[in-house]
Design a protein around this ligand. Structure first.
Ligand SMILES: Cc1cc2nc3c(=O)[nH]c(=O)nc-3n(C[C@H](O)[C@H](O)[C@H](O)COP(=O)(O)OP(=O)(O)OC[C@H]3O[C@@H](n4cnc5c(N)ncnc54)[C@H](O)[C@@H]3O)c2cc1C
Length: 574
């Protein structure tokens, strides 16, 4: 039986939040109590809510995350702690959660024409989407490292991104693209950078600008050299662009970097301002990130300006891609952390067979394993973000390629296991875990799908000879700290050494083993960082589970001797 107020809802998260604060959640009215009281005794047992976890929000995701806070300070971003805690608290409000859910539910709609038949190419977005984008931009997620001269800006931003990803994954796309386009413009066209950078980095929606990217065509996304979109010089430094992109970012962007073929020169990169001649055909009907309008677009003679040189489009756009790859890693680390938190929180409140789940040994093993993955992902994301502050190019490029592959690959199975920790509740939308699960594979597809990312590491070994030694030198900083780690480093050196000694032929054959080689490199860096900086329980547990033959295949197969209780308690203080 429901009271009249059960049916009164408002769809605006801010209003609902205010309602709760004002006591609007009390659901009794004078007229309804008599009947309710009459049936209270009989219905009481069936209406009791027992053994369900309380809501996780409100919480401060950052304040609960020791690995994140320690990493922030260690990697040079300590000055950003107040900002991090502030965005962590906002992301953990009930209001933020409801905005994220609402934007996902009320999907964007493409409005190609107005009522008279004129092309308008607009997208209708839920107000919650605008809230999420505005709050993210105003907190500096798009521009902070480019505007703040303090060292550590990329680390601070990376840490803050891990917070905003808790609200909604889709909104990170335009945020990431806008952040990433800046270095591409700086390198490829200082004039365009001078013109656009003030707006792209502004912490303001009204005075700022949002950027996107259009590379992928029907016939191929990884192999952009197969692009058939054309750009023809028309004088005044401008080119006329005709063609089609099978995937293009968020249509309301102000500017896009676009790849197109210039006759006689080859694939080239252009800055295109949205306007007539850029016609959005449809929005993608996606597995996840449904709050985000990803589009298909046709270029019908729109003008673009060159970024970099004619025929050097891949080189020009790769500066942007490297930064978005960093964000893919950060996004996956966020997903892995969120799954860990949700799983531990649930297990601390749910009992089965006479004990809380968190105390059931098989579950403690699962939770600790999920937590190890999270701490390792957080540590590498922040360490690699620091290399963007340091200008440590050799390490930065190589480590980004290796860990983009690996951290993103780990996210989907992690989300699966975290969801299962909630049992049937985890399979139900209310829990938020289905959304985490649907979003989890995306970062591994974006900006170099698994194989392409792994092959990119082999390519870097051949063409950028300083990368691998810089990477191994960083790993070696933990040498002698753990016998498993030392043995693993020997294996990594032998594998990569044999590959390089064999020259071009061996590297070509190495494609078959690319994923294995990159996995071994990735866990080497993760183990090295944990051995140097994490508590013994975490570092030793990671080495026991991920190096050599100690661990099993699914999560929850940690070997005997790992201090699982300490790992779980560190991941989420009780
Ligand atoms: C939600 C979403 C948003 C997107 N947004 C954008 C955007 O804003 N701008 C944009 O330009 N693109 C965007 N993309 C496209 C995305 O970047 C591409 O889908 C991705 O780069 C892969 O390209 P593809 O789909 O053509 O796959 P393909 O290139 O056909 O690859 C298919 C598979 O083959 C593998 N493969 C490819 N080459 C090799 C090889 N040599 N050896 C072994 N395996 C190989 C790949 O790893 C992949 O698993 C978006 C995609 C999604 C899902």
């Amino acid at each position: 039986m429901s009271t009249p107020t059960d049916h009164v809802t408002t769809s605006d998260p801010a209003a609902r939040s205010a309602e709760r604060t004002a006591g609007g959640g009390a659901r009794t009215t004078a007229g309804a109590t008599t009947a309710a009281e009459a049936t209270a005794d009989r219905s009481a047992p069936t209406r009791q809510v027992l053994n369900q976890a309380p809501p996780l929000q409100p919480t401060n995701y950052a304040a609960n995350d020791a690995a994140l806070l320690e990493g922030l300070r260690r990697e040079g971003g300590g000055w950003g702690e107040p900002q991090l805690l502030e965005i962590g608290a906002l992301a953990g409000t009930v209001e933020a959660r409801e905005h994220g859910e609402r934007a996902e539910r009320n999907e964007p709609q493409l409005v190609p024409y107005d009522r008279y038949g004129h092309r308008v190419d607009q997208v209708e977005l839920d107000p919650s989407w605008h809230w999420m984008l505005r709050e993210g931009v105003e907190r500096g997620l798009t521009g902070l490292p480019w505007r703040d001269s303090r060292t550590g800006g990329h680390v601070v931003r990376a840490a803050m991104m891990t917070q905003w990803g808790n609200v909604n994954g889709g909104v990170l796309c335009p945020i990431s693209m806008t952040y990433a386009v800046v270095p591409a413009l700086r390198d490829g066209s200082p004039e365009l950078a001078a013109e656009w950078e003030p707006r792209l980095t502004a912490p303001s929606i009204e005075h700022g600008a949002i950027a996107g990217m259009a590379m992928t065509e029907r016939q191929g996304g990884s192999d952009v050299r197969a692009n058939i979109t054309t750009a023809t010089p028309v004088g005044g430094g401008e080119y006329e662009i005709w063609g089609h992109k099978w995937f293009c970012s968020y249509p309301p962007c102000d500017v896009f970097l676009v790849l197109a073929q210039v006759e006689g020169a080859g694939i080239s990169c252009f800055l295109v301002e949205r306007g007539p001649g850029m016609e959005f055909q449809r929005l993608k009907d996606k597995l996840g990130s449904r709050s985000l309008p990803s589009s298909e677009v046709e270029f019908r003679g729109i003008r673009g300006r060159l970024v970099g040189q004619e025929g050097k489009g891949v080189k020009a756009i790769i500066r942007m891609v490297n930064h978005t790859r960093l964000d893919c890693m950060i996004g996956s680390a966020t997903s892995i952390r969120r799954g860990t938190v949700e799983a531990i929180h649930h297990a601390r409140h749910r009992g089965a067979f006479g004990a809380l789940l968190v105390d059931q040994p098989a579950m403690t093993n699962v939770l600790a394993d999920l937590a190890l993955e999270s701490e390792a992902a957080t540590a590498v994301a922040l360490r690699i973000a620091r290399s963007y502050d340091d200008g440590d190019d050799a390490f930065r490029r190589f480590a980004t390629a290796v860990l983009k592959y690996y951290v993103c690959k780990r996210a989907a199975p992690h989300a699966n296991e975290a969801l299962e920790c909630l049992g049937g509740n985890g399979f139900v939308e209310d829990s938020g875990l289905p959304l985490l699960y649907r979003d989890a594979p995306l970062m591994s597809i974006w900006e170099g799908s698994g194989n392409v990312a792994a092959l990119d590491v082999l390519r870097a070994m051949a063409t950028e000879p300083a990368g691998l030694p810089a990477f191994l030198a960083e790993c070696d900083l933990a040498s002698g700290a753990n016998p498993r780690f030392d043995a693993h480093m020997e294996l990594v050196r032998r594998q990569t050494g044999e590959l390089l000694a064999g020259g071009a032929d061996a590297l070509a054959q190495g494609q078959y083993l690319a994923r294995r080689i990159v996995e071994d490199l990735a866990v080497a860096l993760q183990a090295s960082l944990l051995l140097r900086h994490a508590p013994d329980a975490v570092a030793d547990g990671f080495c026991a589970a991920r190096l050599g033959d100690g661990g099993g295949r699914a999560y929850g197969t940690l070997p005997v001797g790992v201090d699982v209780r300490a790992i779980v308690d560190r991941a989420l203080p009780a």
